[in-house]
Design a protein around this ligand. Structure first.
Ligand code: SF4
Length: 347
C-alpha cells in the first residue's frame, strides 16, 4: 500500500477490509442507480497540490487530483495502473472503487496560502476525471475552485464530464482574476464506439455541447482528441467527422493523441478488443507488440491529417481573440511517461 501523501482519518465509522482500511479509510455505498455497484473510500489526504515528478514531459509542474479511480470506465484509460499503488486492481476496481480525498478543498486553501507556495499554474484532470460522477455528490471541485479563485491562482481543467457546467459561476469568476484554461477530451464522435469503450462518460455530442457552452460563457475551450483508436476511429471519414464536430462546437484548438497502451490499460483494453473485435487483435499486436506506443510514422500521419482538417475547418479562428486572453489548458502534445503513485496521465 502506498499512501505516502495520505493520512487516513480514523472516523470511527464502518472500517472495511484490509489493507486500505486498516488505516482508517471509510467506505461508503449509495443506493441510487448512478452509484450502484460502486464503493467510495473517503480518506483525509496530507497534501493535495502535488508536484509533477522530475522527468515528466508535461507543460505543467503542479496538479490537484481529488479522486483516484474513475467511474467513467474507459477501457483504454491510461490511469488504470495507478490503482495498483493502492492494492486495488487496474480493471473493474478502477471503475468501481473510487478514493475520495474529502478534505481536498480545505487543503488546497491552506496550501495556496502557505508562504512557500509560488502561485504556479495548477493542472486538474491530469490523472483521473475531476468531474466524474462522484463529484456530483462530493462537490469537492466547488471548494477547490473557490480557493483557487480567492488566491487568484492560475489553473486548467481537462475533463469528459458535463458536470463542469455546474461550476460555470466559479470558473467565470476565477477567469476575471486569473488565467483559466479548459479542455474537453473527445477522441471521436461515433456513438457506437463511445458506448463500447467509454461506457460511463457523457456521450461525445454532450461533451461537444459542454465545449460550446464554456466558450459561449467566455471560457475558451480546447479539445484533446484522444485517444484516436487505430482501425476503429482513425479512418479519413471518422477523423473528418470528428474534427468537423469539434470545429462546430467552437473549440479553440485540437490536440490529437493516438492510443497508447501502457501496462494496466494494455491488459484491460486488449481483453476488451479480443472480445469485441477479435479480428483486430493481430493488427494491434503488430502496432503495439514492441511497446506502449503506435509506430511514430502512424502517429505523425494521423496528427498531420487532424492538423489539415482543423485548418480546413477553421478551428480556433472564431475564438482566437478570446483565447489570447485566457491561458490554454496545459496539455502535453505527447503522452507522459510513468511517474509513480500520482502518475500523470491523460483523460
Ligand atoms: S480516461 Fe479519463 S474519463 Fe476515462 S476512465 Fe480514465 S480518467 Fe476517467
Amino acid at each position: 500500500m502506498r499512501w505516502d501523501n495520505l493520512r487516513l482519518a480514523d472516523t470511527g465509522q464502518a472500517a472495511v477490509a484490509a489493507p486500505l482500511f486498516a488505516r482508517g479509510a471509510v467506505a461508503r455505498t449509495f443506493d441510487t442507480p448512478e452509484f450502484r455497484g460502486m464503493t467510495f473510500y473517503e480518506i483525509h489526504a496530507r497534501s493535495v497540490i502535488n508536484r509533477v515528478p522530475a522527468g515528466s514531459h508535461v507543460p505543467f509542474q503542479w496538479t490537484i487530483n481529488p479522486y483516484r479511480g474513475c467511474s467513467h470506465s474507459c477501457t483504454y484509460c491510461f490511469a488504470r495502473k495507478t490503482h495498483e499503488y493502492l492494492d486495488l486492481d487496474s480493471g473493474h476496481d478502477f471503475d468501481s472503487k473510487v478514493v475520495v480525498k474529502v478534505n481536498a478543498p480545505e487543503l488546497v486553501r491552506k496550501e495556496l496560502a502557505a508562504p512557500r507556495w509560488g502561485g504556479h499554474p495548477i493542472a486538474m484532470g491530469t490523472n483521473v476525471d475531476c468531474y466524474q460522477r462522484a463529484e456530483g455528490r462530493y462537490r469537492l471541485m466547488r471548494g477547490i475552485l473557490t480557493a483557487l479563485r480567492d488566491a487568484r491562482n492560475p489553473f486548467s481543467i481537462l475533463t469528459k464530464g458535463s458536470l463542469i457546467l455546474r461550476d460555470l459561476d466559479l470558473l467565470t469568476q476565477a477567469a476575471e482574476v486569473t488565467e483559466v484554461g479548459t479542455a474537453l477530451s473527445i477522441g471521436f464522435v461515433d456513438d457506437e464506439v463511445w458506448r463500447a469503450v467509454e461506457p460511463g462518460t457523457p456521450r461525445p455530442g454532450k461533451r461537444l455541447e459542454v465545449c460550446a457552452a464554456l466558450t459561449s460563457h467566455g471560457l475558451p475551450c480546447g479539445v484533446l482528441m484522444a485517444p484516436i483508436l487505430p482501425y476503429l476511429t482513425d479512418s479519413p471519414q471518422a477523423l473528418a467527422r470528428t474534427v468537423a464536430a469539434i470545429a462546430e462546437a467552437g473549440a479553440t484548438h485540437i490536440v490529437p493523441i493516438v492510443l497508447h497502451l501502457r501496462p494496466g490499460a494494455r491488459e484491460w483494453f486488449l481483453g476488451w478488443l479480443s472480445r469485441e473485435h477479435p479480428r483486430l487483435v493481430p493488427r494491434y499486436l503488430e502496432m503495439y507488440g514492441r511497446g506502449a506506443y503506435a509506430p511514430k510514422a502512424y502517429q505523425a500521419r494521423v496528427q498531420q491529417q487532424v492538423a489539415d482538417l482543423a485548418r480546413r475547418h477553421g478551428v480556433g479562428r472564431s475564438s482566437a481573440a478570446a483565447a489570447r486572453r485566457v491561458r490554454p489548458p496545459a496539455l502535453p502534445a505527447t503522452p507522459t511517461s510513468a511517474a509513480g503513485p500520482e502518475q500523470l496521465t491523460l483523460l
